[in-house]
Design a protein around this ligand. Structure first.
Ligand SMILES: Nc1ncnc2c1ncn2[C@@H]1O[C@H](COP(=O)(O)OP(=O)(O)OP(=O)(O)O)[C@@H](O)[C@H]1O
Length: 276
């Protein structure tokens, strides 16, 4: 199996600090990977490095067997949801602008551009809603349009940075199901970052957990264990499975967060913060 991403001994530095240190991993060309980790763990930093926007301080990163480079047409990127800039714009106009504008300098004649926009809107089942102004759309619908943008140009690897942020649980499930179905149908690789593991359970092939500068990659059963996460965080972590969901319990020192709940259990969106 050809690797979509191969990272060898890479250290990624932001603001003079090593966010990820000496990480090595390989992601297959048809894998759905959930990228987990607390705030600041380095999920966005990793994606920026794969996009060639951040050069590793040490080591190297390859995408489909070639060194990373900016504007790689094999990669589709969906950044974290930004503030809405043009609420009156329709979805179609927004996606078309992405095709015309920054995107890898792709110059298509207008008929071909129209077909490509129709194709990606169809893939995310947004053909009819794309005619409406963005302001009228729900968060989940806008998220689908951003996903359509990321699919322009038939990328083989999708980097989706926190697509579930600010969506309610049922919308989260829809987005996860849509991405999983696209990933399988198109036979592509997906890195899908999230604060919480539970919405991704059942969809992901493997999980990449970032913490304290380290990375743990493997199946949920391999990575989301007390011993693996305790090692990653350098603190006592307990993993509890309940009704098909997985919760992470941090040690008693995490009282500040735990004070809000009836017991010292919290799910991944409050993953152990004692990573410093
Ligand atoms: N341009 C920058 N300059 C300095 N430090 C930065 C820069 N970008 C990110 N950082 C720092 O690097 C660390 C990792 O940030 P990153 O955005 O990758 O985390 P994340 O896992 O995506 O977090 P979140 O879940 O909050 O989005 C953080 O401590 C952040 O403050």
């Amino acid at each position: 199996m050809k690797a979509a991403i191969a990272i060898a001994d890479a250290t990624l530095v932001q603001g003079g600090r090593a966010v990820l240190s000496n990480i090595s991993l390989e992601i297959g060309s048809d894998e759905f990977i959930g990228v987990l980790g607390a705030n600041g763990a380095g999920k966005t930093t990793l994606m920026r490095a794969i996009l060639g926007l951040l050069r590793p301080a040490t080591g190297h990163i390859e995408v489909f067997g070639h060194p990373v480079r900016r504007g790689n047409p094999l990669i589709g990127y969906m950044p974290q949801m930004r503030a809405q800039v043009a609420p009156r714009l329709s979805g179609t106009t927004m996606v078309m602008a992405a095709l015309d504008g920054h995107r890898w300098g792709m110059q298509l004649p207008s008929a071909a551009a129209g077909r490509e926009v129709d194709r990606v809107l169809g893939l995310v089942q947004a053909t009819s809603l794309a005619a409406r102004p963005l302001a009228e759309l729900s968060g989940g619908e806008r998220q689908r349009l951003l996903l359509a943008q990321a699919l322009l140009g038939e990328p083989r690897l999708l980097l989706l940075d926190e697509p579930l942020i600010s969506l309610d649980p049922s919308r989260q499930s829809e987005v996860v199901a849509l991405v999983r179905s696209l990933q399988r149908t198109l036979g592509i690789a997906v890195l899908f970052s999230a604060h919480e593991l539970n919405p991704l359970l059942g969809a992901l092939d493997r999980v990449l957990y970032l913490g304290r500068g380290h990375a743990a990659l493997g199946s949920v059963d391999e990575v989301i264990t007390s011993s693996s996460l305790s090692r990653l965080y350098g603190a006592a972590i307990e993993v509890v499975r309940l009704d098909g969901r997985i919760f992470v319990m941090s040690d008693a020192h995490d009282m500040e967060r735990d004070a809000h709940g009836p017991c010292h259990v919290h799910s991944h969106d409050h993953a152990p913060a004692r990573s410093a």
